[in-house]
Ligand binder design. Structure first.
Ligand code: PLP
Length: 359
C-alpha cells in the first residue's frame, strides 16, 4: 500500500520526511541504543529533545522572553477547562467570542469555572461569518477574551484581533504555524498538536509570564500553569514521543523556510481549491469569502444523494477522509502544512472528474 493524500482534520497528515526520520531513529535514537519512547524523560537525551522543541518553536513564532512555552497534556479540550481554572481566578467573568463549534465547546467548559460573557456570536448566521469586532460587547474588567481564530468544523478563519485591553486567549489548534502571527498581541495561545504540530498527546501552550501569577495553589498541581512553567512542563512524565515528533516537525518547517514560506504555500493551496469550488455549480462552500479557512475547506454537493458515492470514489482514488464533521455532514478537506500542492491538484482533478461523471 502506498501513501495516499490524507485530508483528515486531525490526527492529520504529517510530513513524509518527518515520518521517515522517526522511522530511521526508531530503534536507536542517536546512538542511545533505545527509541525515544523507551528513554527516561529525565535523561539528558530527552531533555535535549525538549529543549530543542522549545527553542525551534520560539524561533518559528518569534516568541520573546515575556512568554513561557509549555507542553501540556489532555488535549486542547482539557485547556477549555484548565484556562479558566487558572486565569479567571480573582475575576468575576471571562469574555468569549462565539464563532462556531469549538468556541461553543470552550464556552461550555469555562462555565464550570467562571461567568461567561458571550461578547458576539455568528450563530444566527449558522457560523458562516465572524461578528463585526466594532459590535462586540467587551467587558474590560473580565479575566480575558477567548477566541478561536480557526473553526476547524465550520471552516471559518479570521486573522485580525479585536481591540481590547484584555489578555487575548486564542485556541489556535488548527491554524498554529500555518500563518504569521504576532505572539506579543496574545495573553495565551494554545493548540492541540495533531494538526500542524505532530501526533496527538501534547498541547502547545504559550503563555505571557505575568499571567502565571493568577494560578492558585488550590488547583491540582498538574493543572497549575505556574507550576508547569516552574518545572519546565515536567511535573510528571510528559508525552515524550509526541514532543519528539513535534521537534522533528519544527525542524522540517524550518527547512521549508519557516512560517512565512509555508504561509505562501498555504495561500496558494487554499486559493486553488476555493477557486475551483466557486467555478462549479456542482460544489459549494457556504462561508463568507473573507473568512474562509486556509486549513479546513468544507464543501457540499448540489445533489446530497451523491455524497456517499463521492466518498467511496475519492477513497478509491487515494484521497482519504473527505467526510465533513459528523455534526454538519457534507465534505471537508483539511489541508494543513503537511499537505503538498500536489494533493490539492489531485483533489481538484478528482472533483472535476466526479462532476463530469455524475453532474
Ligand atoms: N479546538 C479546535 C479548534 C479543534 O479543532 C479541536 C479538535 O479538533 C479541539 C480544540 C479539541 O482538541 P483535542 O481533541 O486535542 O481536545
Amino acid at each position: 500500500m502506498s501513501r495516499v493524500y490524507n485530508f483528515c482534520s486531525g490526527p492529520a497528515a504529517l510530513p513524509e520526511a518527518v515520518l521517515k526520520k522517526a522511522q530511521a531513529e526508531m530503534l536507536d535514537w542517536h546512538g542511545a541504543g533505545v527509541s525515544v519512547m523507551e528513554m527516561s524523560h529525565r535523561s539528558d537525551e530527552f531533555m535535549s529533545i525538549l529543549a530543542s522543541a522549545k527553542a525551534r518553536l520560539k524561533r518559528l513564532l518569534d516568541i520573546n522572553d515575556d512568554y513561557e512555552v509549555l507542553f501540556v497534556q489532555g488535549g486542547a479540550s482539557t485547556l477549555f477547562a484548565q484556562i479558566p481554572a487558572n486565569l479567571a481566578n480573582g475575576y468575576d467573568s471571562a469574555c468569549f467570542l462565539d464563532t462556531g463549534a469549538w468556541s461553543t465547546k470552550a464556552i461550555k467548559e469555562a462555565k464550570r469555572y467562571t461567568n461567561v460573557k458571550v461578547v458576539g456570536s455568528s450563530k444566527e448566521q449558522n457560523y458562516t461569518t465572524v461578528p463585526e469586532f466594532s459590535t462586540l460587547e467587551l467587558d474590560e474588567s473580565a479575566a480575558y477574551l477567548h477566541i478561536c481564530p480557526n473553526e476547524t468544523i465550520g471552516g471559518v478563519e479570521f486573522a485580525d484581533l479585536p481591540e481590547t485591553t484584555l489578555p487575548i486567549v486564542a485556541d489556535l489548534s488548527s491554524t498554529i504555524l500555518s500563518r504569521k502571527i504576532d505572539v506579543s498581541k496574545y495573553g495565551v495561545i494554545y493548540a492541540g498538536a495533531q494538526k500542524n504540530v505532530g501526533p496527538a498527546g501534547v498541547v502547545i501552550c504559550i503563555i505571557r509570564k505575568d499571567l502565571l501569577a493568577r494560578s492558585s495553589d488550590e488547583l491540582p498541581s498538574i493543572w497549575n500553569f505556574a507550576n508547569l512553567a516552574a518545572n519546565d512542563s515536567m511535573i510528571n512524565t510528559p508525552p515524550t514521543f509526541a514532543i519528539y515528533l513535534a521537534d522533528l516537525v519544527f525542524e522540517w518547517l524550518e527547512a521549508q523556510g519557516g512560517v512565512e514560506a509555508i504561509e505562501a504555500v498555504n495561500i496558494r493551496k487554499a486559493k486553488a481549491l476555493y477557486d475551483f469550488i466557486d467555478s462549479s455549480d456542482f460544489y459549494s462552500n457556504p462561508v463568507e469569502p473573507a473568512y474562509r479557512s486556509r486549513m479546513n475547506v468544507p464543501f457540499i454537493l448540489a445533489d446530497e444523494s451523491l455524497e456517499s458515492l463521492f466518498l467511496q470514489e475519492s477513497e478509491a482514488a487515494g484521497l482519504r477522509t473527505l467526510a465533513g464533521h459528523r455534526s454538519v455532514g457534507g465534505m471537508r478537506a483539511s489541508i494543513y502544512n503537511a499537505m503538498p500542492m500536489e494533493g490539492i491538484e489531485a483533489l481538484i482533478d478528482f472533483m472535476r472528474g466526479f462532476e463530469q461523471r455524475h453532474g
